[in-house]
Design a protein around this ligand. Structure first.
Ligand SMILES: Nc1ncnc2c1ncn2[C@@H]1O[C@H](COP(=O)(O)OP(=O)(O)OP(=O)(O)O)[C@@H](O)[C@H]1O
Length: 433
């Protein structure tokens, strides 16, 4: 089981160059999170700060009660043992064959005998599909194989937190698809906490449970995938759609006039996008517990979302999820969210946290440690709610006044009033739009 990483008010500069300030987010235990952002916004710097390789000027990185930014060398040594890191190029030793590369951390950091080392290396090489390549040198294998070898090495100490720095860089789309599947399957098998830095939109949309984005030297947003994928925040929307129109320019921000003109041309009523399905596990791999934990959080906070996003979330539910959350199958007779209740359907507004059995609710941002498996549900406690017609594009919702005044969204709050929950739902920088 992975551990939670709680980042509070983190700021980092190099000399007079501020990289980012006041970054606050929580990587939920065992979930996959992705960090996005235009080039140079400090994503790699952020990964290094998490493992204590760089020292931020302000803030905390709390792991198992230890602040990585302010701890003794011995505490840092212990915390680092929790991490596995996949560097961009795999960071393999060129003179060592793959077996020795993967065995390296075991020989360096443990007292295991060679028989045990052989067993563990074999197990990890099998996990990443490299059996038979033990004697190859890094210079003799493809980029994709190097990534997988780097991943096997990152796994040998059974880390509870795994950081991936652009695992898809330099890979073709097919190899990227295989690597993404491997990441999802590994998460299911280890239940470790994953953080992936990537520029690949498809990866960002389909792999993670949570998405964050660095922009303008701050964390623009961090939250469950459902929230980011339906976000109308211009920079987030632009990035997740890989569009030129929007506030992000080629090498710097565009001026506000140009941004406004481009967005006007796109149209105000382009609607909230449908949430594309998340990449599932391979056949035979155990179910990913993190998915249920995240979805419990999302459904418990559904009432805090804008109507368009709420409908998109309900529309995205699979039959099994509808069953779990007591949402009826869509029917032609039933209206969309806010479309009235002639059919007897309850609007998704009514799917509030209080209506769900508490053993299935993960509070924000702490994930539930209770049994969140579907089998653990208490069917009698469910309320049956009709889902809106699917799919129907909804008008582009405008942010509610309390939303635009959102605070830093410190992710450490308990659900409270709807507006309060909404503000805390994302980690959003004060004053950022
Ligand atoms: N050790 C360092 N000393 C000084 N400046 C640094 C150092 N490491 C990173 N930087 C600067 O920090 C900024 C952010 O770099 P970083 O590599 O984290 O960006 P990134 O978001 O990962 O970019 P990309 O997406 O292009 O990989 C850059 O301007 C970089 O030059």
């Amino acid at each position: 089981m992975g551990v939670e990483v709680a980042v509070e008010g983190l700021s980092k500069s190099f000399g007079s160059q501020n990289i980012w300030s006041d970054v606050t987010l929580t990587l939920p235990t065992g979930e996959i999170s992705v960090l996005l952002g235009p080039s140079g916004t400090g994503k790699s710097v952020f990964l290094k700060a998490l493992v204590g390789l760089l020292s931020p000027e302000h803030g905390k990185v709390l792991i198992n009660g230890v602040d990585v930014c302010d701890c003794s060398e011995s505490e840092l040594y212990e915390v680092r043992k929790l991490f596995g890191v996949l560097f961009q190029d795999g960071a393999l030793f060129g003179s060592m064959n793959l077996y020795d590369n993967i065995a390296f951390p075991l020989r360096e950091h443990t007292r295991k005998g060679e028989a045990e080392v052989r067993r563990i290396v074999g197990e990890k090489m099998e996990m990443v599909g490299l059996v038979g390549s033990e004697t190859k040198l890094p210079g003799e294998i493809s980029g994709g194989m190097k990534k997988r070898a780097g991943l096997a090495r990152a796994l040998v100490l059974d880390p509870e937190i795994i950081l991936f720095d652009e695992p898809d860089s330099g890979l073709d789309p097919v190899r990227t698809a295989y690597l993404n599947q491997l990441i999802v399957d590994l998460n299911a098998q280890t239940d470790a906490t994953f953080l992936i830095v990537t520029h690949d939109i498809n990866t960002a949309r389909t792999v993670p449970d949570n998405i964050g984005m660095l922009y303008r030297r701050h964390l623009a947003m961090f939250g469950p995938r459902e929230m980011l994928l339906t976000s109308t925040e211009p920079a987030v929307e632009q990035f997740l759609n890989g569009r030129r129109a929007g506030p992000i320019g080629m090498s710097e921000e565009k001026d506000s006039g140009q941004t406004a003109a481009e967005l006007a041309e796109l149209g105000e009523d382009r609607g909230v996008p449908e949430i594309i399905p998340q990449l599932g596990i391979s056949p035979g791999v155990p179910e990913r517990a993190a998915v249920w934990r995240r979805q419990d959080r999302v459904m418990a906070n559904l009432g805090t979302l804008d109507p368009g996003a709420r409908q998109a979330v309900v529309n995205s539910l699979t039959p099994r999820e509808r069953e779990r959350y007591g949402v009826d199958e869509p029917s032609a007779a039933c209206g969309g969210v806010g479309a009235g209740t002639d059919s007897g359907a309850l609007p998704a507004d009514d799917l509030l946290a209080d209506d769900l059995p508490t053993d299935r609710i993960a509070t924000l941002p702490q994930q539930s440690t209770a049994d969140t498996s579907p089998e653990g549900a208490a069917p009698g406690a469910r309320r049956s709610v009709s889902a809106p017609e699917r799919p129907r594009p909804t008008p582009h919702p405008r942010a509610a006044p309390e939303d635009s005044a959102g605070d830093s969204g410190a992710a450490n709050a308990e659900p409270e009033t709807a507006p309060g929950r909404k503000r805390r739902w994302f980690s959003r920088k004060r004053g950022e739009r």
